[in-house]
Design a protein around this ligand. Sequence first.
Ligand code: SF4
Length: 584
Amino acid sequence: MTDPETLSVTIVDGYVDEPAHFGVPPYISTYPRYAAGALVDAGVPREKITYHTIDGLRDEPDRWRDVDEADLMIYLGGMTVPGKYVGGTPAEPDEVRKLAWTASGTSLMGGPVKFGVGDENAGGTETERQDLDFDFVAKGDVEAAVFDLVESGLEGFSNRMRDVDEVSRWAQEGAFIVEQHPNHPEYLIAELETSRGCAYRCSFCTEPLYGNPTFRPPPSVVGEVDALSDLGVRHFRIGRQADILAYGGDGEAPNPDALRSLYGGIREVAPDLETLHLDNMNPITIVEWPEKSREGIRIIAEHNTPGDTAAFGLESADPLVQEENNLNVTAEECFEAVKIVNEEAGWRPGGPRDPRPSEGASGAAASAGEDAPTRLPKLLPGINLLHGLKGEREETYERNLEFLHRVYDEGYMLRRVNIRQVMSFDGTEMSETGAEIANEHKKLFKSYKRQVREEIDNPMLARVAPLGTVLPDVHLEYHQDGKTFGRQLGTYPLLVGIPGERPLGETTDVAVVDHGYRSVTGVPYPLDLNEASMDELTTIPGIGSSTAGDIVVNRPYESISEAEFGGEVDLEGFATARPLERAD
Ligand code: SF4
């Protein structure tokens, strides 16, 4: 019998990406936090628990010693909806196998990896269930398996799900693990779970494998945020649920009171939070219960931080594909939902539609008024489209484009359009069709994707983040082609390119000056005309190199109105002319 007090445990995070759960850095998913909490609850001392990300192991080969020497090595990972990631590279199946071979102690694997593993982490692939040479695979909840395994003296566990009391306890007790994340504390965003399961049964989706929705009550989530916030976490995303609007209700209809307790409670225990975003809202909830949904959306927009996205799983605007795959929302219904979110939450803090009472020079609306910089809208819909589904035909691509054009032409905003190809998993209806249709349509998919980028993404981005929009706290991540690229923390953050190579790892406020398909070009905010580089000046539309040269030659300026632009350039919203420091 192994005494939990003497047990050393290493948790390796290979990252997760599920339809309703994200855990690639800068995100940390719930899995390592809950697993750590289950270990503590089972009697393992905190100081005997080591946590590494897969990138951490790649960066420092010495860390593999912790994998080798632990009495128990827990691997957490699995990509059921893989995408492209800037902040980290998910573990590939070969690396996961290597973990199992390296571990001298007991090895346990869990997380969405239990649904299946493909040859690589990519869309359009088929998967099969594999144990990847681990001693144990948790087929139920990995945190419950961890708890039961330790309780049994590492003998075994039953594949059960955890209950609400357990998750409330483990979420709080395991929060300490965030301190071992390489991104802690500044550049880390904690994914929060409010519910699991879904009332609907879309053919490709793994979420119904968790059953009908079960909710964590507000005190459970709020208590966890309190614990995380005490450990320095300032960024949160309520992303682990199929539909935030259904939170705390009967599984389908909204319950605005529950949303108020959740969001209000979070703001109370974490008054200094810098990001509060969400993921996943089901458009069908909005069209079926429009009034309650409007109220719920208003509550969210009152408490969240700007740039928030309600991802809508339209998946396909083609009625044939909808029918064959049990998709629960039509293009018409989705359009209605887009409109409602725009109306209730598409306002910008300090902008003309900001519904909050003005509080003069202080308080929540302090940045309001004519001089306030333009910010991203509070909450906008995002659209998810999935390709390779049963019944997909050429017309499907046309229908999807038609839908997106309609949203744009009628003046609404989408925060982003996400296009993916299906992965098929055992236990979902798509497992019969597999990746066949996705492979057949690969060429069509490519040209359609380009069309969406050019015809929709680019003009939409200019509408969402017009010239001069200020993005505070952009984290600088990498250099490329003489530019520095970075992102804010949050849900689907915009990639921002800034002229020049700036020190990485720092944060800076940026004003948007130009738009790509899915990224923007920005200059430091406020742009000081007495300091700005030629590169920075020439990225501003309307300022060519000769104007920029004139601006530089005629320095210093007392105010920006002194500078001659010779054109229609309006710098009022984001430029300044700071007095030069006088040398004594
Ligand atoms: S609505 Fe469909 S896609 Fe969304 S979580 Fe439920 S089953 Fe999955």
